[in-house]
Design a protein. Structure first.
Length: 317
């Protein structure tokens, strides 16, 4: 039987590189597109010699041309951390709009199944808790985070439009906070920030009083969820994340303990429009994908801390 061919945009990024690896292990051929604006060849270096893996440096806001058959198009390209999308708001909006349009165009041309990597940020600073897929969100479209939030909301809208008008088989994953190996130490997200500070015995920076919550999903669990969604019959958005809610101040103390650090904690002003609470309702994923996270936060953090100690000792924030 011929191998299924999958195009992954943003395939050299944190989640994208793990997804490339998983699909190769599952017997797929993988074509990875990335302009490396936030991704890294280091993330896919172990895959480059695989005959079933092909890397193309390409900006998906430009027309995407792939020869031959394509069975799946997985659109993960986008800056995904506050550090990146605050610095690159126009590029973020372009990849969410033009990039999604071009990726959908490829799926339409090839009659391929399409999966969009969306985000819990479509819910903004939620007024409903936990967040279910039928909640429309509380987003400031002109705030500092608006470029990312609205780019993903547009991505979802155009994906559903292609599904309804062109009958494309589409999937939408609303990804909640994910962490693990290959995160950039300087990407501005809380777990790599805390780990870097802890392993260097620097003060951990907590914004506000640290009472805001997040729900952290380890990378292997997220990849399993994405893989099951890709193969499912679901067309509307599905939350993928860990419903275990954790306060940021408690996360800081946990990282200090697990890293055996001497760090203290310092408090700074809460950023504009920073969500106060974040917790996914994963009832839909449990029911239709038979999926839920398996790795608890302490276990996942230990894996991640070890990886940063072994791979990013010379990194600086």
């Amino acid at each position: 039987m011929a191998k299924k061919i999958t195009v992954i945009t943003g395939g050299a990024g944190f989640i994208g590189s793990h997804l490339c690896e998983r699909l190769l292990n599952e017997g797929f051929k993988v074509i990875c597109l990335d302009n490396l604006i936030t991704g890294s060849l280091e993330n896919i270096s172990s895959l480059l010699k695989d005959k079933n893996f092909h890397f193309i440096k390409h900006d998906v806001t430009k027309y995407i041309k792939i020869k031959g058959r394509v069975d799946y198009v997985l659109h993960l390209a986008s800056p995904a951390s506050p550090q990146d999308y605050l610095k690159l708001p126009i590029q973020t909006l372009k990849v969410g709009s033009l990039g999604t349009h071009n990726s959908l165009g490829l799926a339409k041309e090839k009659k391929a199944i399409f999966l969009l990597a969306s985000t819990s940020e479509v819910y903004g600073d939620p007024l409903v808790h936990p967040q279910t897929e039928n909640y429309w969100g509380n987003v400031n479209p002109v705030g500092l985070r608006g470029a990312y939030d609205e780019s993903k909301r547009f991505s979802e809208a155009i994906t559903m439009a292609y599904h309804r008008v062109h009958r494309i088989d589409t999937k939408i994953a609303r990804i909640f906070n994910t962490y693990g190996e290959r995160m950039r130490i300087d990407d501005g997200r809380v777990i790599p920030n805390f780990i870097y500070q802890a392993i260097n015995n620097q003060p951990l920076t907590v914004y506000g009083r640290g009472t805001q919550t997040r729900s952290f999903c380890y990378i292997s669990d997220m990849i399993e969820g994405l893989f099951r969604l890709m193969l499912s019959k679901l067309n509307e958005p599905v939350n993928l994340g860990n419903p275990f809610e954790f306060r940021i101040i408690d996360l800081a103390y946990l990282v200090i303990r697990l890293a055996k650090s001497k760090s203290k904690i310092v408090f700074k002003k809460l950023p504009q429009d920073d969500p106060v609470r974040r917790k996914p309702d994963i009832t839909k994923a449990k029911k239709f994908l038979k999926w839920e996270p398996k790795v608890n936060l302490e276990e996942g953090l230990l894996f991640t801390i070890d990886w940063f100690k072994n791979n990013r000792k010379e990194a600086s924030l």
